[in-house]
Design a binder for this molecule. Structure first.
Ligand SMILES: Cc1cc2nc3c(=O)[nH]c(=O)nc-3n(C[C@H](O)[C@H](O)[C@H](O)COP(=O)(O)O)c2cc1C
Length: 250
C-alpha cells in the first residue's frame, strides 16, 4: 500500500484504465473506508451503488459521453439518502421531520455523500488504483439516471466515482497556491494582492495547459471555469430534487 503522503500529494484524476479486475480484498477495504466516513449527526445520510454491470456502465456512458464510465472496472455512485431513516422511522411509528424540505437537509446529504466519496478516493488511490469523480452523472439527465438506478424518493445522485487500474499517468495539475487557499484567523481583505496572486495562478494554469503531456490547449483558468459555470446554469437540479421528494422551503 502507498504511504499517505504520496496517496494524497501525487493524486491526479485518472480517466483511462487497464482491463484488469480490482481484487475483492481491495474493494472490501474501499467499502470499509466508505462505511467509516464521518457523517452529520451520525445519521449516515448516504448510500453507494457499486456498478460492475457492463451494460449499465455503457448506458451511463451513452448518456454522459464520459468514456471512463465504460472502461472503469467499478463505478461507484454516491447518493444522498434519507430513504433508509424514513423506512425505520415509519416502521417504529416515529414522525419523520420535514428535514429534506430544508436547504440544510439537502446540504447535509451532499456533504455526507461527498465525504464518503473522498474516503473511497483515498482508499482506492492508496491501493494503487486510479479514480475520477464524475459529476455529469448528477447533471446530464437526472430523471433518466434516477430511473436506471431505480432510486426511491428521498435519494438523489451526488456524484459518480470511476475506479480502475491506471492506464495513464497525467502530470499533476497546478492548484492554487497556499495563501489563496488558507486564510489565517479571518478571511483575507487584501483584494488587490489576491487579484495579483490569482493572475499569477491563471498564468501558471495557462502554461500547464500549453505544455502538459497528452493533449495541450490554450485555456487559462478563469475563463475556462466561467465557461463551465455558464453551461451549468442550464441544469435543473431543483426540479430533480422535487421529483425525488424534496420540496425545499427554507
Ligand atoms: C464533484 C466533482 C465532479 C467532477 N466531475 C467530473 C466529470 O464529470 N468528468 C471528468 O472528467 N472529471 C470530473 N471531475 C474531475 C475534475 O475535473 C478534476 O478533479 C479537476 O480537474 C482537478 O484535476 P485532478 O483531479 O487531476 O487534480 C470532477 C471532480 C469533482 C470533485
Amino acid at each position: 500500500m502507498k504511504d499517505i503522503k504520496s496517496t494524497l500529494l501525487d493524486r491526479t484524476s485518472i480517466r483511462r484504465y487497464e482491463r484488469e479486475a480490482i481484487p475483492q480484498e481491495t474493494m472490501e477495504f474501499i467499502y470499509r473506508a466508505v462505511e467509516n466516513t464521518p457523517t452529520s449527526y451520525n445519521g449516515q445520510q448516504f448510500s453507494v451503488i457499486d456498478i460492475d454491470d457492463q451494460d449499465l456502465k455503457e448506458k451511463l456512458y451513452e448518456l454522459t459521453n464520459q468514456k471512463q464510465l465504460k472502461t472503469c472496472n467499478r463505478l461507484l455512485i454516491f447518493l444522498s439518502d434519507y430513504n433508509k431513516i424514513s423506512l425505520l422511522a415509519a416502521k417504529k411509528g416515529l414522525d419523520m421531520p420535514q428535514f429534506t424540505n430544508t436547504m440544510d437537509g439537502v446540504v447535509i446529504g451532499i456533504i455526507d455523500a461527498s465525504l464518503a466519496m473522498m474516503s473511497a478516493v483515498v482508499a482506492a488511490e492508496a491501493c494503487g488504483l486510479g479514480t475520477n469523480c464524475v459529476g455529469y452523472l448528477r447533471t446530464v439527465d437526472p430523471a433518466k439516471v434516477a430511473e436506471l438506478l431505480q432510486l426511491p424518493k428521498g435519494v438523489f445522485v451526488v456524484c459518480g466515482l470511476a475506479i480502475g487500474v491506471p492506464r495513464e499517468h497525467p502530470d499533476l495539475k497546478p492548484k492554487m497556491p497556499t495563501p489563496l487557499v488558507f486564510h489565517r484567523n479571518h478571511y483575507r481583505h487584501d483584494s488587490e494582492k489576491m487579484i495579483e496572486e490569482l493572475e499569477a495562478y491563471d498564468e501558471v494554469v495557462k502554461h500547464y495547459n500549453a505544455t502538459r503531456a497528452g493533449g495541450t490547449s490554450t485555456n487559462d483558468w478563469v475563463a475556462h471555469i466561467l465557461d463551465y459555470y455558464d453551461h451549468a446554469m442550464a441544469y435543473r437540479i431543483l426540479d430533480y430534487l422535487k421529483a425525488q421528494g424534496y420540496d425545499i422551503k427554507h
